[in-house]
Design a protein around this ligand. Sequence first.
Ligand code: ZN
Length: 286
Amino acid sequence: MATQMTAPEFDTIRYEPVQNGVARIVLARPEVHNAQNSILLYELNDALDMACHDNNVVVIIVAADGDNFSSGHDLNPRGDRPMTSFKPVTPWGGFDLPGQEGHWAVEQEKFLGFSWRWRNIPKPTIVEVQGKVIAGGLMLVWPFDIIIASEDAKFADPTVEFGVNGVEYFGHPWEFGPRKAKELLFTGGAIDAQEAKSVGMVNKVVPRDQLESAAREMAEQIAKKPSMGLKLAKQAVNQAQDGQGFWSNQQAALSLHHLGHAHTRIDGIGVNPEIRKLIKDQMRDI
Ligand code: ZN
């Protein structure tokens, strides 16, 4: 029998005590709408690893403090640590190399690498989502197995504004269906919880004050099943997606994404300098 693991100190997330086979990991930067800096992503990854390696944990919940689940990548790097100061979780390195080479490596590691790693966690995962989920916020939602959303949840990827095809973990066609994916990417518009449920992206919509209890109830129900059966069921579904080209699609889409990043670097095209304001407005308006 494995002994109970003790959570290390985290600055940007919280690892709650394991209860009835369920670990709950909470994003804890509500003052910046849980914007993702490198510290948060590496801490979340460490916490997920901890839950994976603890035999007392059968199901993992990911949640977020505050009114909004996540505003995406932190566009204000103050207080963050350089990528080269973390131990990489993928074979990628050279994060400080010039040009597209270093940037490509950073996004293979920190964005696609993490999301793909979390999508392949062998244990069932549930994410509780409230408020706004903007751009990179989707990459902390889509990799998990079950999405429970509160009625006020809204999802949007406005990153075409950056001259790219969408966020680095390109789940859009799979999550929304191809036509809705195109509409949302072209317009940068949002999809609400009910509509997201109707296209199959969200499992369940509940009132805001029942979000945590609904997720826990489902998690504890799942945690009573044999862990072996759960892992096999999860892997069988993931393999079905992989057989349809899910992983190849991720790599192909990230290649286009970097064509977009490179495009904005040449001839002084640059990114719309108003982008921060646009994202800020979107956090308020949608
Ligand atoms: Zn990018």
